[in-house]
Design a protein around this ligand. Structure first.
Ligand SMILES: Cc1cc2nc3c(=O)[nH]c(=O)nc-3n(C[C@H](O)[C@H](O)[C@H](O)COP(=O)(O)OP(=O)(O)OC[C@H]3O[C@@H](n4cnc5c(N)ncnc54)[C@H](O)[C@@H]3O)c2cc1C
Length: 410
């Protein structure tokens, strides 16, 4: 796509994270005037979250103008280790591992700051067939030809147009953190840090890989280690975990500083008993581990009148493929391509829905298959067979977060 002249059309985008920024970049290229509204009043930061990349993401970053400069760290190999830390499997698979912060920074530079509005909380919308009126907290109102919901898993935009579509708890969650390379033990630095590492005991998964340090520092000694530990918890246990240090019940997750100290102490005690020494060292180097419950959902339609959903607001897969940002970028790109190719906005939106809704659905279903490794809610024979297959670490290394998995569904 090339940068076009203004076509007199305006889009309002809700959400200033990955999908919102990608959407703004691609729509501007086809001549739309775009404003992004983000509820956070301060610049977004990603708590050091690691992001695996895919060819689709690299392509979308280049096409959007964000580019891929200093994107991250290339690891050459995957390894699987056993309880004693011995390497039991290896796979050559070069992959660039980046961080949420790096992507946010690259994408943020594609947008004129005058069109990126922090501190604007979307409240509700009205539409009349030819346009949308968007209401924000504090009384702000914006009008546009098109409203795009890039406002994530618990999208307020989606809640208005498709209130029945709700995230479904997967029955498991992750403990996570990103310790500094300089805080890791010599054992961890030598045996797990250089690799995309897997430890896969029954009904658990630990997946780790190196990412850049603060301010995208890629120098050896200044990087971080993305650490993710999947564990099973039923809805009742999750609810109990969501009671914070002050005794207050949270609905979905607890802000990291408020996670109960006794919960963290219990997790650390479990780790002492269960983890290989190098991974225990990594966990012990995380000052403030936090947990994220895993959800997914499929929306039967990602377009409602003049409202289109992109990224996690449109569909959300469990993170086993590490494909969320790739999907955000390619949703946004497909939306802009449809609007470029059809002068009639409604036809363009219908085309976007026709192309992207099934892709989102496939990704969610694929991730559910991979989630059977955790042994939760295995309802069908296919689930049980998949669960058995994924008890083999070789299958996990072949399937988890690998590039080009969508080709199997073409
Ligand atoms: C544990 C875990 C690991 C992951 N690993 C990977 C990985 O390796 N690779 C990968 O590609 N993806 C990964 N993902 C997924 C990835 O983080 C998401 O897919 C991606 O961030 C989605 O971007 P988004 O912009 O659609 O939504 P979000 O990043 O959730 O952004 C939504 C934005 O909307 C804003 N917002 C919400 N409500 C309002 C409102 N009312 N008004 C205004 N603004 C609002 C929010 O503040 C937020 O900034 C992972 C996710 C998890 C949970």
């Amino acid at each position: 796509m090339t940068t076009g002249k203004s076509n007199g059309r305006r889009a309002v985008v809700i959400g200033g994270s990955m999908s919102g920024l990608f959407t703004a970049a691609f729509l501007r290229q086809i001549g739309w005037q775009v404003d992004v509204f983000e509820r956070s009043s301060v610049e977004l930061v990603g708590r050091g979250a690691g992001i695996t990349t895919h060819p689709e993401l690299l392509q979308a970053l280049e096409a959007s103008g964000a580019g891929t400069q200093d994107l991250g760290i290339t690891v050459e190999r995957r390894i699987a280790i056993d309880r004693k830390g011995r390497v039991i499997g290896e796979k050559h698979l070069p992959q660039i591992l980046t961080s949420w912060d790096r992507l946010q920074r690259l994408l943020r530079e594609t947008i004129d700051p005058a069109h990126y509005h922090l501190g604007c909380n979307f409240e509700r919308l009205e539409q009349d067939g030819s346009g949308v009126r968007v209401h924000f907290s504090k009384g702000r109102v914006e009008e546009a030809d098109l409203l795009i919901g890039g406002d994530g898993l618990r999208s307020g935009v989606r809640a208005q147009i498709a209130p029945d579509v709700q995230p479904i708890y997967a029955g498991y969650y992750i403990w996570r953190g990103a310790p500094n390379e300089s805080d890791l033990s010599p054992l961890a630095l030598k045996t797990v840090f250089p690799y995309f590492s897997f430890y896969l005991p029954e009904r658990q998964e630990i997946i780790c890989y190196p990412i850049s340090g603060f301010n995208n520092d890629l120098r050896p000694g200044h990087r971080r280690f993305n650490f993710i530990w999947y564990r099973v918890a039923d809805a009742a246990l999750l609810k109990e975990m969501c009671i914070d240090e002050n005794g207050q019940q949270h609905e979905h997750s607890v802000p990291p500083p408020l996670i109960r100290k006794n919960l963290i102490a219990q997790m650390r005690a479990d780790a002492e008993a269960e983890l290989p020494p190098a991974l225990l060292d990594c966990l012990n180097a995380i000052d403030q581990p936090f947990f994220t419950p895993i959800y997914d959902f499929i929306a039967p339609s990602i377009v409602h009148g003049r409202v289109a959903l992109v990224g996690d607001a449109a569909s959300n897969a469990r993170p086993h493929m590490g494909f969320g940002v790739s999907k955000a970028g390619t949703d946004a790109q497909a939306l802009a391509a449809a609007l470029r190719d059809h002068d009639d906005i409604d036809k363009a939106l219908s085309e976007y829905n026709r192309i992207r809704q099934p892709i989102g659905e496939k990704i969610v279903l694929h991730a559910r298959k991979l989630g059977t490794h955790m042994g939760v809610n295995l309802q069908t024979k296919e689930d049980r067979d998949m669960h058995l297959l994924l008890q083999d670490y070789r299958a996990m290394m072949d399937w988890i977060a690998v590039p080009d998995f969508l080709k199997a569904y073409e």
